[in-house]
Design a protein around this ligand. Structure first.
Ligand code: TYM
Length: 401
């Protein structure tokens, strides 16, 4: 298993998907699925960490989410799509990791700190919400994935997962005579490769040369002759003093890591500033027509400044270079009015979403197909997660075989 070729990501099914999900991550997933082994997870337990008391039909949302993913081009023949609660290994890993995760780490995570600042929310704070980032770490580490394509708001959570993996490896990756065993494994690489490995390791450890680290990892991946244990040792020896049992994941940002919404702030369902993937052409038109523009453009003949206008932020993502130039010049010279400026944007978003909505309709008409894709995905995901759990249980002394 090569963690650098493995991708994991997820979304909470607590509402309809919007353009932020689409431009922020879904488009990236569709690209990555052809190059990497991808696991995409509908994280229904995560939805419960904030919405449990409110009730609601999470499974309905999860199903709709699967339809939207498929309609956006995520393909079950290239990627594994599944629902978190159908793979109970995530919960077991979450529990086991909770034994080594200092409580203070969780209390320092920005989303938890924000909640604590808000008196009303503080009162409803749950154990589940505090553990949210650790459950997310379990989602990722269960597959020993190296890459996690997400939006910018998720960066602290991925950093958190890295910290947890590092701590796990530090606690359980060590073994007696690690250095001697690692040196023996280096010799098994053969004369040329062992020399190269040693010099790359030195460059990384002494000068922090990340390129050397990557090259050394690639060198190890190509080795056919060494055992899995020696490979884990050599990966660990590159960076520290023990085996890498759970590789540290890295976030992968797409072209639009933070898509703005109708009010210019980050598009999110809770801010009521979203265009949803299933919005009708009329709804799209209505929402954009109502968007605020540069506040300095009170009258049609007042010149505007695009950088102050949320509509311009949208042009940057949805419009062609020609349209952007036209809008920018027209705004600054007061050559066009705000409604005129919005017209090509409305058209561009409608055009982008029309084929997606058509495909969504097709999937809606085949509910058994969608369910079987998720059931098969859960089986595949479980097979992989079970392997990780064997390693984790054994490392933690829970070995009853
Ligand atoms: P969630 O469900 O809030 O969002 C899903 C993904 O969509 C991205 N996103 C955006 N990207 C750009 N611009 C926006 N306006 C925008 N709005 C949302 C988010 O950054 C995210 O990548 N904790 C995660 C779910 C999760 C997960 C995981 C992710 C659980 N386990 C394991 C990756 C790996 C969340 O709440 O995302």
């Amino acid at each position: 298993m090569d963690s650098q070729r493995r991708v994991v990501s997820g979304m909470r099914p607590n509402g309809r998907l919007h353009l932020g999900h689409y431009y922020g991550v879904l488009k990236n997933w569709v690209r990555l699925q052809h190059e990497y082994q991808c696991f995409f997870c509908i994280v229904d337990w995560h939805a419960l960490t904030t919405d449990a008391a409110a009730g609601g039909d999470i499974s309905r949302n999860a199903y709709d989410m699967a339809v939207d993913w498929l309609a956006a081009g995520v393909s079950p023949s290239s990627a594994t799509l599944f629902v978190q609660s159908q793979v109970p290994e995530h919960a077991e890993l979450h529990l086991l990791l909770s034994m080594i995760c200092p409580q203070s780490w969780l209390e320092r995570v920005p989303s938890y700190k924000d909640q604590q600042l808000d008196a009303q929310h503080r009162e409803h704070a749950t154990y589940g919400f505090l553990g949210y980032p650790l459950l997310q770490a379990a989602d990722i580490l269960a597959y020993r994935a190296g890459l996690v394509p997400v939006g910018a708001d998720q960066l602290p959570h991925i950093e958190f997962a890295r910290d947890v993996a590092r701590r796990f490896n530090h606690l359980y990756g060590g073994e007696e005579d690690f250095q001697a065993k690692a040196e023996a494994a280096v010799r098994k690489l053969g004369k040329k490769s062992s020399k190269l490995y040693a010099s790359l390791r030195k460059s990384y450890q002494e000068q922090g040369d990340l390129e050397a680290l990557e090259t050394a990892r690639a060198l190890l991946k190509d080795q056919q002759t060494i055992t899995i244990g020696d490979r884990e040792r050599l990966f660990g020896y590159l960076e520290g003093e023990g085996k890498v049992l759970l590789p540290e994941p890295q976030a992968l940002l797409g072209d639009t890591p933070k898509l703005s919404g109708l009010d210019g702030g980050k598009m999110s369902k809770s801010s009521c500033n979203s265009i949803f993937l299933r919005d009708t052409p009329d709804e799209i038109e209505e929402k954009i027509k109502r968007m605020p523009t540069d506040p300095a453009r009170v009258h049609r003949h007042d010149p505007g400044e695009p950088s102050r206008c949320p509509v311009w932020q949208m042009h940057l993502v949805h419009s062609s270079e020609d349209v952007r130039q036209w809008a920018e010049q027209g705004c600054r010279s007061a050559g066009i009015g705000c409604l005129e400026c919005k017209a090509p944007l409305i058209e561009a978003i409608r055009l982008e979403l029309a084929p997606l909505q058509e495909r969504a309709q097709d999937y809606e008409q085949s509910p058994d197909l969608v369910r079987s894709i998720l059931a098969e995905g859960a089986e595949q995901a479980r097979d992989e997660a079970r392997e990780t759990l064997l390693v984790v249980r054994q490392a933690m002394g829970l070995n009853y075989r």
